[in-house]
Design a protein around this ligand. Structure first.
Ligand SMILES: [Zn+2]
Length: 127
């Protein structure tokens, strides 16, 4: 009886000491998170740190190249001319999703050559 009690005790002690060593770190992290949350400076920082990789997939303005379909009725942002479908040649247009402050704002269309001429304002078109 005494033996089992002592093993129980030591086991309890071991788990307790483990818990006490872990708890402060956890508490500190939680406190840190709660203090930085209202400011939201830390989350942005961590995002920025991960940016090099996620740069292309982040919610930023970006462009894609798409074929011009029949009935297309949008104007090029550079030359102001209608981006027209032509039956004989496969024409491409750059469609750019423009994000402002991380939020989708609007779409801009360009002739693909006009887009290049403009210096790819929304980056290299992605697939
Ligand atoms: Zn154009």
């Amino acid at each position: 009886m005494t033996q089992s009690a002592s093993t129980k005790k030591s086991a309890a002690k071991a788990s307790k000491s483990k818990a006490t060593t872990k708890a402060p770190a956890k508490k500190k992290a939680a406190a840190e998170a709660s203090t930085t949350k209202p400011k939201s400076t830390k989350p942005t920082k961590t995002k920025a740190a991960a940016k090099p990789r996620a740069k292309k997939t982040a919610w930023k303005s970006r462009a894609v190249l798409r074929t011009v379909e029949a009935g297309n009725s949008v104007d090029c942002q550079v030359c102001g001319e209608r981006i027209k479908f032509r039956a004989k040649i496969r024409q491409y247009q750059a469609i750019c999703n423009v994000y402002e402050n991380g939020k989708w704002s609007h779409v801009e269309h360009f002739h693909d050559e006009c887009y290049v001429e403009a210096g790819r304002p929304f980056g290299k078109p992605v697939e």
